[in-house]
Design a protein around this ligand. Sequence first.
Ligand code: ATP
Ligand code: MG
Length: 482
Amino acid sequence: MKRITEADKLIEMLEAAGFEAYYVGGCVRDFLRGQSRAAESVPADIDVTTSATPDEMKEVFAGLKYFETGIKHGTLTVLAPAEDRKADGRKYAPVEITTFRTDGEYKDNRHPEEVRFVRNLEEDLARRDFTINAMAMDMRGNLIDVFGGRADLEAGLIRAVGDPDRRFQEDALRILRAMRFAAVLSCGGEDDRGFEDGRGFEIEPKTEAAMFRNKELLGNISAERIYAELKKLLAGPHGGDVVRKYVDIIGVFIPELLAMKGFEQHNPYHRYDVLEHCVRAMETVEGSGFAEDYQMKLAALLHDVGKPQKFFLDENGIGHMYGHAAAGEEMVRNILNRLKADGETRDRVCALVKYHDLVFQEDRRLLKKWMNRYTPEMLLEILHIKRADNLATGNMSEELAEKFDRIEEEIRAIVEEQQCFSLKDLALDGRDIIDLCKGRGGAPEGREIGQTLQKLLDEVIDGDLPNEKEALTARAAELLGI
Ligand code: ATP
Ligand code: MG
């Protein structure tokens, strides 16, 4: 029999010991969506649910490597036997195996008071969030679909299991998860890699209405859980549509977006209100190979967050927003601190927002100076935000688009040709200056070394001096009056 995944072996072991065990949740959903491409669309994360308790599981898997990752919640993380993992040279994630359970009573709209292990699969499926996530499959490929998940999957519908109000009141994060799945999943049967342009999933109307009714409960959810879902949501192929439709919900934890909604710019360069402009920038922005997708999306979505605050209308009825980038940076820092984003993401996104209105010119010298100031990676990311920003005005000319392309090529060429644009590329360093000064009698001050090197770098970038040790030494001697 053809294996579904390497976890078949683990399921087999549980069955052989007299327990029930099934694939469950996201991996079943993704498996059904990618069925026509079977093996290669096997999902990365595999969850298994079983009638065995954690102690019983430990007995069954005594000969294998496992980790007690969530024993209280009934989860054991097990590594399938090596021979089952090596089959096709892929890297396999460990398999999370969890005892059938229900979640007991919830308090504070987030945590169940206790989990209760049960011996019945249906009870376990009923605690899951959406019908498309509440299916199980045995290792023979038989589907257990109590809530109509398969039909919803085919129709592209995200529907709460049971009464949506109750489910969102139990755990309000589910509101954001519904939006995340709407942003990430595409219709069309195959997996989303092949269907990025396909229609996105809709949220079933009663589920959607309950999301709006209960949105304030997201205030009880930890920043970490919110941010983890938000990242995935923004990076999804339908993230833009989800922000448009559900901005009032996202506004519960990023109220700054609400001020952008419907904010008219009164400016001939802009066709759209601030939020629509930013959503469009987010939809078109592409990484340049350095930042993560979600970091670029965050930067694009928030790049004009400072506009409403800085807006003024001149006597001709034209809107201006001087200083909005700096104001925006400050706001974004607050937002990302509040969401407990990691420091690297926060600083990167803040820098992109701060510098998004740099005026690029096709000037190799200027580009090198900026590459030195911002690093080539950051400069490329700024350029990408800038391009998305211009595209999203709805008025970008062909000419401007081509200019951005040429500038990008230029930056990449400078890096590739290993041209000198920073002190570390300079063919002379501080030690050389100190040696040089021995002839002068007396060591130079640190400040003098720094200034001399900087002057040399400027002249090399300006093309007035070759980046060669001899020429640099001679010029340094001149500058130091030796
Ligand atoms: P992916 O891993 O692709 O992000 P997933 O559906 O596997 O999607 P996980 O967060 O890994 O999502 O959760 C695994 C399963 O656990 C889900 O499919 C769902 O059945 C259940 N689940 C996760 N979070 C919740 C929740 N907050 N409320 C109810 N059920 C949940
Ligand atoms: Mg998962």
